[in-house]
Design a protein around this ligand. Sequence first.
Ligand SMILES: Cc1cc2nc3c(=O)[nH]c(=O)nc-3n(C[C@H](O)[C@H](O)[C@H](O)COP(=O)(O)OP(=O)(O)OC[C@H]3O[C@@H](n4cnc5c(N)ncnc54)[C@H](O)[C@@H]3O)c2cc1C
Ligand code: FES
Length: 282
Amino acid sequence: MKKKTTAIVISQKNLAPGIFDMWLETDLAENAHAGQFVGVYTEDKSLLLPRPISICEVDHEKNAIRIVYRVAGRGTDEFSKYSAGEKVKLLGVLGNGYDIGKLLGKSVVLMGGGIGIPPMLELAKEINAHNEALTDGDKMKVSIVLGYRDSMTFLKEDFEKYGKVYIASEDGSVGTKGNVMNVMASEGSDGESADKTADNEDTIKADIICACGPMPMLRAIKVYAEEKQIPAYISLEERMACGVGACLGCVVKTKEVDHHSHVNNARICTDGPVFAAEDVDI
Ligand SMILES: Cc1cc2nc3c(=O)[nH]c(=O)nc-3n(C[C@H](O)[C@H](O)[C@H](O)COP(=O)(O)OP(=O)(O)OC[C@H]3O[C@@H](n4cnc5c(N)ncnc54)[C@H](O)[C@@H]3O)c2cc1C
Ligand code: FES
């Protein structure tokens, strides 16, 4: 159930130029999952709408959520100045999130690009927690592919706790030059560098992809998944307004007709942000 609530800043730090990492104590943590997001209100009353920010991590024991965000404009700039003890109004928990039930027993590739990297961390963590309780046949194998602008590889060490991490950077300063798809072209199980004669642990096997990142990256993943005939679940972090399904400011074209509106549309804020790639026209 969505609600407006007041959170307390536990800590805030600068991870890379313009990228901030904030832990918030909030009762929203109880029901927060990977792929969902919160609306963060600003104190600046000229900015009416809450800013949507994904849940990067949940700590159920401490009743806390972590958000990692890039300063893009006035709202996120204000958030970056908050320090421990300050109060922040949140709307949450919003969106559908990833369905781990669909990943059981599969080789899962988690892909994050830029500011789409943070939500993949909670997904990696939840998969890891599920694996501990699952029998061998249902365990998931995780490969993590992260695309950065440059050598500022924020959250890389956090991801390394949960699987093998492959890096791409646009400027080629770390990992594969290019984006996450360049990593797949090189390190995927039928990629240029793969040893196709062996079941090589170093190559990335993809039965299923979960991804979040800029639209060109998600379009490329949709094409790749269609070619390989594998499912892909993509999180569309499009611009949003109300965040609760009321304004239609976030619609995406869909294959199926929506049973409420009777048109080929879905609202990213309530029906998503996570969709099966084959279901959306992006
Ligand atoms: C579901 C969802 C989850 C998100 N999760 C994160 C996250 O975890 N970390 C993070 O850093 N950002 C995330 N975003 C993007 C974030 O919401 C925007 O960057 C933020 O709202 C900008 O607010 P602002 O007031 O700082 O800037 P504004 O003044 O509102 O905008 C500044 C600039 O950013 C652009 N912008 C605004 N919103 C978006 C958007 N959604 N996508 C691309 N460009 C945008 C504007 O066009 C403008 O150029 C998410 C967005 C959505 C919809
Ligand atoms: S943002 Fe208003 S309907 Fe989605």
